[in-house]
Write a protein that binds this ligand. Structure first.
Ligand code: CO
Length: 415
């Protein structure tokens, strides 16, 4: 199939969508269930209908554009992403995947192509989770992993709960039980996304064939020493929790570096108490974010940092509490899903490289119920979640062409 997607239309739509959610502090802050978000969503629904899709929105606010297959009872071949973003983020994260999927369907109907399986574009609600600090909400609701209580519990910075925000936007938190999808409904799901890292750019490729998504473990360590006067307490009498935490943070870097080629470990949040200049810190809380595509190396790093925390705290006579707060296992996409993207890229004459995703995506949730694959496009300078986030429009068109060829392969063209 040598049909070409329309890269110019895709670019125009990305720019049109970027009108919604611009932040006066720079970049875009398109938070879920805000007026700007809802207007962006309505525009997308209009484009979906123009492309011949039947549009449905579930009570959570997830949007599904359905294009009937020759046999509409067959499982759906889906593609999509999200249109919410972080505070002062970029205009490509998520949006490229949604508009890329829409461009695929628009090209299919324009060229009167018929597929055996039905097709779907999905816009997942609240992926980045910037408003309620709770990620991949829409995707998890589709799997029945969100409770009605959760919708009251999580609130934004103004104290508005998810349920309240939903109601104000015409969504219905009390119909949450209608959101869960039948796992048998889907044949597979593909997501086109910006890489949000350096690899594709530095290696000179326009398209990345994603093999899987890094697992991530968040571990919270609470260190209790003793709060004392910074002037009156000789060094040998101190139990400084922050000095212990500093040793631990340096060790995190070493452990991640030594654990495996792809292991990453970060302490991005730390709470020092009492936090005054002339007081020895008596209590420190810190959270490790450890990730890897390789489960053995991930486990090795997690165990090593736990052991190191114990050693240091024992040596320094500091009380230690360690708690695992988040765990996502690494996901390895099925071989046939990866191979299909490889072949699709070859057919389109686009050079590609194999890559793993360090960031999480809606795809990792859907992987629990269906076969999943992803396609990456390069991020300039590796930047993302910032106003400078940029992907060359030609690269976006190439990634979308690969998505188009892949979708047609999976849904089978009927001549
Ligand atoms: Co994203």
């Amino acid at each position: 199939m040598s049909v070409k997607i329309n890269g110019e239309r895709l670019k125009e739509r990305l720019i049109a969508l970027s009108e919604f959610g611009k932040d006066i502090d720079g970049g875009w802050s398109r938070f879920t269930w805000t007026d700007e978000y809802n207007r962006a969503k309505e525009l997308l629904k209009q484009w979906m209908e123009e492309a011949g899709m039947t549009v449905r929105e579930d009570p959570m606010g997830n949007v599904f554009g359905h294009l009937a297959g020759v046999d509409d009872s067959l499982p759906v071949v889906a593609a999509g992403s999200h249109i919410d973003g972080v505070k002062c983020g970029g205009m490509f994260d998520g949006n490229v995947g949604v508009l890329g999927a829409l461009e695929v369907i628009t090209t299919i109907t324009e060229n009167k192509i018929k597929t055996r399986n039905p097709l779907e574009v999905i816009i997942f609600v609240e992926e980045d989770g910037a408003r309620f600090n709770w990620r991949i909400l829409g995707g998890r609701a589709l799997l029945g992993e969100v409770t009605r209580e959760d919708l009251d519990k999580y609130k934004d910075k103004d104290g508005i709960s998810i349920a309240q925000a939903m109601k104000a936007s015409g969504s219905d938190p009390d119909k949450l039980n209608e959101v869960k999808i039948d796992p048998k409904k889907y044949k597979c799901y593909y997501e086109l996304h910006i890489e949000q890292s350096h690899l594709l750019e530095s290696e000179g490729f326009s398209v990345g064939v994603v093999e899987g998504i890094f697992g991530s473990v968040w571990i919270k360590a609470t260190l209790k020493g003793r709060t004392d006067h910074a002037g009156a307490t000789p060094m040998k009498f101190r139990k400084d929790a922050l000095v212990a935490a500093s040793e631990i943070n340096v060790a995190m870097e070493r452990i991640a570096t030594e654990s495996g080629e792809t292991t990453v470990g970060t302490v991005g949040w730390i709470n020092v108490q009492p936090g005054t200049i002339n007081t020895i810190p008596g209590k420190v809380e810190l959270v490790f974010d450890i990730r890897d595509i390789d489960e053995n190396n991930l486990e090795k790093a997690v165990n090593s940092i736990r052991e190191f925390c114990s050693e240091v705290c024992k040596k320094r006579n500091i009380e230690l509490q360690v708690e695992e707060v988040v765990r996502f296992d690494p996901i390895h996409f099925p071989k046939h899903m990866i191979d299909a993207v490889d072949e699709a890229a070859k057919e389109a004459g686009i050079a590609s490289m194999r890559i793993a995703s360090g960031a999480g995506h809606d795809a990792q949730i859907l992987a629990k119920i269906t076969d999943v694959g992803m396609i990456f496009t390069p991020s300039k300078g590796g930047l993302s979640h910032c106003p400078e986030e940029y992907t060359d429009y030609e690269d976006i068109a190439k990634g979308t062409q690969v998505l188009f060829n892949t979708i047609l392969k999976m849904a089978e063209v009927v001549r």
